[in-house]
Design a binder for this molecule. Structure first.
Ligand code: MLT
Length: 234
């Protein structure tokens, strides 16, 4: 099995992901939200790129649909929830469908539609992702959502941890960037300390959302791996 990394949603290339297993990571915070929502009984998450698209789906849906996500890391006007994973409890999301739009995370997911399998990963379900990747037994590309087309430390570190979990299960051939992310993780296993260097950490901290950061940095608290297929994450 080969493992490679793409560093931002803007760097996704069809030829790199076609017929591969892809894991999309936006640990701060979109994919942490999705993993949490599905784990708490959400019926399905529909990721979309724009706010208008999200509102139109909710308006035209026969059943009640929840709207979640962010712009500039803040709740979108008229939406039910923000992009804070701790809002998506069993009490708020169980049995409901969620339409979600975020700046980078949902864009990265939608950009991967030509992959064979599109898994949703974060620190909170990293070990479960590794297990699923090994089961699927295909070459893997870990797609980091990044931040506005730029590399981000948080997603890179999370990739390194997922690679470490895979290597604990099976041998793999790492690209140079995959080797580097694994090296960075191995030397910085205290996730919370290292992501303090990330720009997005600073944005979230300024907004007073420290509880989100603490939650998103926890390792393996969830044992499921949501998968995006035919327009919906289940
Ligand atoms: C995104 O998709 O850009 C992020 O999840 C932003 C955020 O932390 O709200």
């Amino acid at each position: 099995m080969k493992i490679d990394i793409i560093i931002s949603a803007d760097d996704i290339k069809r030829e790199k992901i076609e017929n591969k297993t892809v894991v999309v990571i936006d640990m701060l915070r979109a994919t942490s939200v999705i993993v949490t929502a599905i784990n708490n009984g959400c019926k399905g998450v529909i990721p979309v790129v724009t706010v208008n698209e999200a509102s139109a789906i909710a308006r035209n849906s026969k059943e009640e649909v929840m709207l979640g996500g962010e712009r500039d890391a803040l709740k979108i006007e008229g939406f039910h929830y923000s992009n804070s994973p701790i809002e998506y409890t069993r009490e708020t999301i169980e049995g409901k469908s969620l339409v979600m739009t975020t700046t980078n995370g949902t864009k990265a997911i939608k950009g991967c539609i030509c992959a064979r399998n599109i898994l949703i990963g974060a620190m909170i379900n990293a070990k479960a992702c590794a297990k699923k990747i090994v089961e699927l037994n295909k070459d893997v590309v870990i797609v980091n959502a990044g931040t506005n087309g730029e590399f981000s430390i948080d997603d890179f570190l999370c990739s390194g941890y997922i690679i470490d979990c895979i290597l604990n299960l099976e041998k793999a051939e790492l690209s140079d960037i995959a080797t580097t992310s694994h090296y960075v993780y191995k030397n910085n296993q205290d996730i919370y300390s290292f992501i303090t260097y990330a720009n997005h950490y600073k944005t979230i901290t300024k907004l007073g959302l420290t509880a989100d950061l603490e939650y998103c940095c926890r390792k393996d608290i969830i044992d499921i791996v949501p998968e995006y297929k035919d327009g919906i994450i289940l």
